[in-house]
Design a protein around this ligand. Structure first.
Ligand code: ADP
Ligand code: MG
Length: 342
């Protein structure tokens, strides 16, 4: 995913129509003075194993700075709680202890796992945070994959029914093999939290992204943002360009984290049924109202493939999808596809 901002516009003249001449001049000066520093502000940082970026429109550079700092601090807080890599994260403690006894977790983690479970039920297990029971045996950076015996031993741990949510924000695992990882949903959640923080500060135009998960608040000063979906068949360039405002969007691709062995691409989106990377799809982009939803659904549709995946999205109001398959074909949901001539 990449974004190309459109040029800004200011239209004070509309404000002035119908005002007495002197008053109009005063208002005009105030508008110009007030807008003197209004600009797009941008910052980015490496958080959650990816690039986090925030862009926002503000009149006050100090307030813009404070808002961007608040977003990055929030992203770091979520990473500290939900990272599967940090041994001191809340998620790591859950994974260590929940097969032995129910673990009380924060309302935030409990609610996100509950949302993940709903996507599992919706997709009949294509989306499953317990994929990690096998998934943690892969190391895509070092080119390590489990062998057939290791997969067979760990596979009983992939089953979202084994994650049991109890009252009092307590979670337990019904089997000792279960390992949970929120890599398919946590970045979307972090983007939604960031947008909520910006809204609470009165900001009405912004774009926040964490890797392939983004959300646009408002538009780009009167125009839509121009968002490109990366072409998985080329190093650079986009396969599709969409004008977008007020939406969340997430892309899952097989080119994000992978290694090649004997001509086979080992990448980070696994079939919960086999514990192996899913083939047939190269990239899925989902558009929807919030980034938690689009993040989970981009992973879900990647696993389901073009036919079942797009059928699922067609059944969900307000959600659209673009899928690029391993034959280089583009698939769209009906809300995005260009009208066909009879
Ligand atoms: P990213 O933004 O990290 O590229 P995606 O939204 O494309 O993430 O989802 C891929 C991530 O989701 C993987 O890195 C892994 O953490 C997690 N994942 C992989 N397979 C599944 C699955 N079947 N169900 C849920 N999560 C998965
Ligand atoms: Mg996703």
């Amino acid at each position: 995913m990449f974004s190309v901002p459109c040029p800004a516009r200011l239209a004070p003249s509309r404000l002035l129509r119908g005002l007495p001449h002197r008053l109009a001049l005063l208002v005009c000066l105030l508008v110009v003075a007030g807008a003197a520093h209004a600009a797009w502000f941008k910052d980015e940082a490496a958080i959650m194993g990816t690039r986090v970026a925030v862009e926002l429109w503000h009149e006050d550079p100090a307030a813009a700075r404070a808002a961007m700092d608040a977003v990055l601090t929030e992203m770091r807080r979520i990473d500290a709680a939900m990272s599967p890599l940090r041994t001191d994260s809340e998620l790591a403690r859950l994974n260590r202890e929940a097969a032995r006894h129910p673990v009380e977790v924060s309302a935030e983690l409990y609610d996100l796992i509950a949302r993940a479970q709903r996507f599992s039920r919706l997709s009949d297990g294509a989306f499953d945070i317990t994929f990690a029971s096998v998934g943690h045996l892969y190391d895509f950076r070092r080119g390590i994959a489990p062998d057939a015996a290791q997969i067979a031993a760990a596979l009983p741990g992939i089953d979202y029914h084994q994650v049991i949510l109890e009252d009092g924000h307590r979670i337990r695992f019904a089997r000792p093999e279960v390992v949970v990882d929120l890599g398919g949903i946590a970045k979307g959640h972090a983007v939604d939290r960031a947008i909520a923080l910006l809204q609470a500060r009165g900001i009405r135009e912004a774009l926040v992204s964490a890797g392939g998960d983004s959300r646009i608040l408002g538009d780009h000063h009167g125009r839509p943002w121009t968002i490109g979906i990366r072409d998985p068949y080329r190093e650079k360039g986009s396969a599709v360009v969409l004008p977008l405002s007020n939406t969340a969007l997430s892309t899952s691709g097989d080119y994000e984290r992978f290694f090649m062995r004997d001509g086979v691409r080992f990448h980070h989106i696994l079939s919960p049924r086999t514990g192996r990377p899913v083939h047939g799809t190269r990239s899925v982009t989902i558009l929807g109202p919030d980034a938690t939803t689009t993040d989970a659904l981009s992973t879900t549709v990647f696993v389901l493939g073009a036919e079942a995946g797009l059928a699922l999205i067609e059944s969900l109001p307000g959600i659209e999808a673009v899928l690029i398959d391993d034959q280089g074909r583009l698939h769209f949901t009906r809300g995005l596809a260009p009208p066909t001539t009879p």
